[in-house]
Design a protein around this ligand. Structure first.
Ligand SMILES: C[S@@+](CC[C@H](N)C(=O)[O-])C[C@H]1O[C@@H](n2cnc3c(N)ncnc32)[C@H](O)[C@@H]1O
Length: 364
């Protein structure tokens, strides 16, 4: 059955439009058909978009320095949504150089195709470490160490809301004559976990991500000790609900072109929403986490000394290439400021090196 037919059947069986989060879940994660579950050619120049670890090894080497400080001789790593496996390689390689390898590098990956790709990548580059890597299907109990989620929160299905008649209502997805279209729900949208702006222009559209909030809580319960590093594009609540952001943050990506139409290329294009880091931080604190730091990706990498890798490179050509990659990771016009890092800790008192140069927790 085609993915479009599965979704339209679910709308008809439901007897009313489905929430956008349900639509996004079908489009990205339907077994064998959803974007992340049918496709392994997603990342890099030949895929649909390029993430930070795909941009440069120096990203993972810097994150590894943060991991080494937290693990400090004990503890494991758990990476969510490990993409092509390249971040795992960068981190393991650098932790090896720092003589700080974890006993286990766990990966939680929803996609069978990506799991295969990750195994192949690790076997090719670091075969001697493959026994340390373990793929999990559920959260480990009593995890201690570092949890890493790079561009995972933005891929968790979100609800879409629209300001209509003086209040927010959910913007669902309906299907007419085999075409998907937006449909306002009638009842006002309220949720005690979410603080929405009170007054907006009629038609103002935005997103809320309840599944991401539930995921944060489940992480707290799974951990005994350690730190969660959330790296993603997003912003604090004031910026998220800025009056000028009146069409929300929903974006689709196909072969390096962005669009705002999730109803085309279903299962073939990525669908994302930006992260509201204030919502995440509040939920994390309510769950029991301490907020250990929040800053731009640029300042996180600079605090961890990313430029030292450049200085150490003796070959001029390679150094020029690395310099270009660093620019891509840290310049405000590239990934430097749109991406943020939020660290959540449980029973972990170390002051994290990654926030040495900047800590914007007061903005959340
Ligand atoms: C944009 S990709 C990022 C991949 C990789 N981290 C990188 O930076 O290249 C998002 C990934 O998050 C994964 N993902 C989303 N929700 C997840 C969850 N609850 N558990 C594990 N992985 C998840 C998706 O399957 C997908 O592989």
């Amino acid at each position: 059955m085609k993915l479009e037919n599965i979704i339209s059947q679910s709308i008809h069986e439901n007897g009313k439009p489905i929430g956008f989060d349900e639509f996004m879940n079908f489009a990205l994660y339907s077994p064998g058909l959803g974007y992340y579950r049918s496709n392994s050619n997603i990342f890099g120049h030949r895929g649909d978009f390029i993430t930070a670890p795909e941009t440069s090894d120096l990203f993972g080497y810097s994150v590894a320095k943060q991991c080494a400080q937290i693990i400090n001789g004990g503890g494991n790593i758990l990476e969510f949504g490990a993409g092509s496996g390249v971040l795992a390689i960068q981190i393991l390689f650098q932790l090896g150089r720092l003589k700080s390898l974890p006993k286990k590098y766990y990966i939680m990956e929803l996609s069978g195709q990506l799991k295969q790709k990750q195994k192949q990548t690790i076997l090719k580059v670091l075969p001697e470490l493959i026994n340390r890597v373990e793929w999990l299907t559920e959260l480990p109990i009593g995890f201690s160490g570092v949890v890493i989620a790079n561009e995972v929160l933005d891929a968790i299905p979100a609800k879409r809301l629209i300001f209509s008649g003086g209040r927010f209502v959910e913007l669902g997805v309906d299907c007419f004559d085999d075409n998907f279209q937006w449909k306002h729900f009638d009842e006002p949208y309220t949720n005690p976990l979410i603080s929405l702006p009170v007054n907006c222009e009629e038609g103002y559209t935005t997103e809320v991500n309840l599944q991401a909030l539930a995921w944060i809580e489940s992480l707290y319960n799974a951990m005994t000790k350690g730190t969660v590093l959330l790296i993603d594009y997003g912003m604090d609540r004031n910026e998220y609900y800025h009056p000028q952001r009146k069409d929300g943050t929903l974006r689709c990506h196909y072969r390096h072109k962005a669009s705002d139409n999730p109803f085309e290329k279903i299962g073939k294009q990525d669908i994302t929403t930006s992260v509201n880091f204030s919502d995440i931080a509040e939920r994390a604190e309510e769950a029991g986490f301490e907020l250990s730091g929040y800053c731009t990706q640029a300042m996180f990498l600079i605090s961890l000394g990313i430029e030292n890798f450049l200085i150490q490179e003796e070959n001029n050509t390679k150094r020029d290439i690395l310099a270009q990659q660093i620019k891509q990771l840290v310049l405000p016009s590239a990934m430097g400021e749109t991406f943020k890092v939020l660290a959540l800790s449980k029973k972990q008192t170390v002051k994290l090196d990654g926030f040495r140069e900047q800590n914007l927790l007061n903005k959340l």
